[in-house]
Ligand binder design. Structure first.
Ligand code: DQA
Length: 140
């Protein structure tokens, strides 16, 4: 069975309540349950933290044994060289995802410090960005 780790970064624990006009009104837990039902042959593990070092620890923990990591690093996307280094350090392919189209938003969101270390990037499709990232990982 393939194993994929989803990692959500800061403020993404508030999905469903946080700026619903930007991120939608669906909590992540319900979406995740649907995703697991839709891909019964994939072990989909989930981790969320608001703390940068905990995201790095989870990348280290899963990045050598899993078939892929789907990472929404939230605002750390735009600031964290440490996350870029963590992604480069592991062997599992990492897909950067964003719910919103970051390129249609403020200029500081146009820069990703992690994209160059990732296998690919999916953004702008709402929560479906995660499913599209999963499809990309499974297609390999
Ligand atoms: C986000 C986009 C980031 O710019 C923002 O800081 C987030 C969420 C997204 O999923 O659209 O927290 O990663």
């Amino acid at each position: 069975m393939k194993k994929v780790q989803i990692i959500n970064g800061p403020n993404l624990n508030l999905l469903g309540r946080r700026e619903p006009g930007v991120y939608g009104s669906e909590p992540f837990e319900g979406f995740l349950a649907d995703l697991r039902r839709r891909y019964p042959d994939v072990q989909i593990d989930y981790f969320q933290s608001n703390i940068e070092g905990e995201l790095i620890n989870k990348i280290h923990e899963t990045g050598f044994g899993y078939d892929g990591i789907i990472l929404n690093a939230g605002a750390y996307t735009h600031t964290s060289i440490a996350l870029q280094d963590a992604i480069r350090a592991v062997t599992a392919p990492v897909v950067e995802v964003h719910i919103s189209n970051v390129h249609a938003r403020e200029p500081f969101r146009h820069v990703s410090l992690i994209a160059a270390a990732c296998r690919g990037v999916v953004c702008g499709f709402g929560l479906d960005s995660y499913r599209l990232a999963l499809e990309g990982l499974l297609a390999r």
